[in-house]
Structure formats: C-alpha cells, structure tokens
Design a protein around this ligand. Structure first.
Ligand code: VAH
Length: 315
C-alpha cells in the first residue's frame, strides 16, 4: 500500500487522486499535518501525521501495511527564507525518517521531490544539464541539494529504492501552492478570472522552467513504475516542460481574455528567481524512462481558465 505524506499540498493532493485512480482508493493512504484540504480528506483514508515524528510515521506504516511512501511535505523557497531553521528541520528530518524506515525494511520504495531550486547563480542558466555546478543560495535549495546527496548515499550504501525528480515550477488548479517563488504562474490565472488583471511579484522578463501538473504527475508515475535497473540516477532527475516569462504567460492569457492587464512589482522573490535556471535539459529522463512532456503554454492557459471557471461556479 502507498502512503502520501503532505497529501493536502499542491502536488500531494494531485498524486493522491492519481494514485487512487491507478491502485484503488483503499490502497492509497493520505496524510498531512492538518485537515486543510476538505475534499481530499473526505476522498478516502486520511491520517494526521507530523512528518517530523518518526514514531507516528512508523506506526502508520505498520498499521496500513505501507510499502511505498511519497514524501511531499516541505517548506518551499519563499517561506524557507522567512523561517530558515524550520525549513531545514522539516525538509531534512522528514527525509531522514523515511530513508531510515526503508533502511530498516519497514517500507520498500520512496519518492522524494527535489527541485530546480538545487541550482544557483553560478549554474549555467540555459538548458541546465543533469550534472553541473550547484551552489544554491536559498535554504530550500540547500535542503534539496543535500537531500539528493542523502538519497544517493542510502541507495548506494543500504540499497534503498529511493527515486526523485527535480520539479520545475508547477501550474495546477485543483489545490493552491504555498510559499513558492513560481506561485505567480498559478495566481495569475485566478486573478485573470477575478479581475482581468494581475500585479506580478516577478519582473516581466524572468524566464523560469515550468510545467503543467498533469505532466509532473505523469512523470512521477513513470519514474516510480520504471524497472529498478532503468533508474540510473539516484540523486534526482532533471525534468523539463516549458520555460516562459510573466510577459509570455500574460500574452497567452490575452488570447482568451483580451483585456487582461499585468503590472510588475518585484519583491524578495525576484532575488530567488534570479538564482535559478531559465531552462532545463532532461535528456537523462528521456533516455532512462522515456519521458516527454505534453502541455505547452497555450494548452496550460486553456486548461487553467476552463477548470478554474468551472471550479468557481461550484465553490
Ligand atoms: C518554489 N514551487 O517555488 C517551488 C519550486 C522550482 C520552484 O521548487 O519554491
């Protein structure tokens, strides 16, 4: 059975829906620190777990006969800069607990998300390769870089089957993101529908690697169902979708909402975005487990506006 830690979050909630579709509702246990995603909590078995509490994690895995854990709880880049030690403690302790559960044979397989935030200002910005200079300057990026080192170490030393993806910024409509630098690319759609305008906290030419959530979930399932011998990278795989600037996403929205207006008020998150790549090379993911993204920017815009309109009607 599968346990998703951080199931109420932007990725965790969508992973829960998708994995329940694939493996059956009763085989996927959702958990989070609180109940703050009502329709997810009511969609199947839900447990309150503090990802920093090893004992409650172990008890939950025994109680539900868990063999695979998706660790999706984390403090993201922007919030991590406000609470550095909290971000370090949560992001690292939760990873050690899950790695040690696997080392102790209490579970068999782990998914742990890394991020393009592992790269820093000295990393080549365009088509950033899988292996390159990585000097992250955010706490979140540091936790992802050192987390990748620990994942590879536990695989090499203890044969733990841990698999990981460096997600780009993710765009989705089902669950709001929390505390990320790429969250502007989600907020902009909500604001476009609400008031046909958006004040963007990044500057207009800030190009960042981005991806539609459906592509990210497909990649995650592809990696987790790949044959063990095909998973050649045990730190974390680069994953690329598209790259765009706030100006380009605004132009895409104008194709659906002609009067849409955007203004720019860069805040502290601009200095985080400036340290990240503009685009990513994911050759290894393509070669090792046949990855290919589907959604381009205009398709994402159509998906987001259509689904958010629908969701706003019912909520
Ligand atoms: C963040 N959405 O903004 C996350 C992600 C690449 C960005 O790691 O912090």
């Amino acid at each position: 059975k599968i346990l998703i830690i951080g199931a109420c979050g932007q990725i965790g909630s969508e992973l829960t829906y998708k994995l329940r579709e694939i493996y059956g509702n009763k085989n996927v246990i959702a958990s989070d620190i609180n109940y703050n995603n009502v329709d997810l909590v009511n969609s199947g078995t839900f447990e309150i777990i503090d990802a920093m509490d090893y004992a409650s994690l172990k008890i939950c895995c025994e109680k539900h006969n868990i063999d695979t854990v998706y660790l999706m709880a984390a403090i993201l880049s922007a919030t991590g800069e406000k609470y550095p030690m909290k971000a370090w403690d949560l992001n690292m302790q939760s990873l050690f607990h899950v790695l040690n559960l696997a080392k102790g044979k209490a579970i068999k397989k782990i998914f742990w998300p890394s991020s393009i935030a592992v790269f820093g200002p000295t990393t080549p910005k365009n088509n950033t390769p899988q292996r390159t200079v990585m000097e992250p300057t955010t706490v979140y990026g540091i936790t992802k870089q050192v987390g990748e080192r620990w994942c590879e170490y536990y695989h090499e030393k203890y044969n733990v089957d841990v698999r990981s993806i460096r997600y780009p910024g993710l765009i989705s409509w089902k669950t709001l993101p929390g505390g990320g630098t790429t969250d502007y690319a989600v907020e902009i759609y909500h604001e476009a529908l609400k008031k046909e305008s958006y004040e963007c906290f990044l500057s207009e030419k800030t190009a960042l690697p981005m991806m539609y959530m459906d592509d990210a979930i497909d990649a995650t399932v592809k990696l987790m169902t790949a044959k063990e011998e095909d998973v050649k990278i045990r730190s974390s795989y680069n994953l690329a979708g598209i790259s765009f600037t706030p100006d380009e996403i605004a132009n895409s929205i104008r194709k659906e909402i002609p009067n849409f207006k955007i203004s720019y008020q860069p805040d502290f998150r601009q200095s985080i975005a400036d340290t990240w790549p503009s685009s990513i090379d994911d050759t290894e993911a393509q070669q090792d487990w046949n990855w290919k993204h589907k959604f381009d920017l205009d398709a994402i815009t159509k998906e987001m506006l259509t689904n958010l309109k629908e969701k706003n009607k019912t909520s």
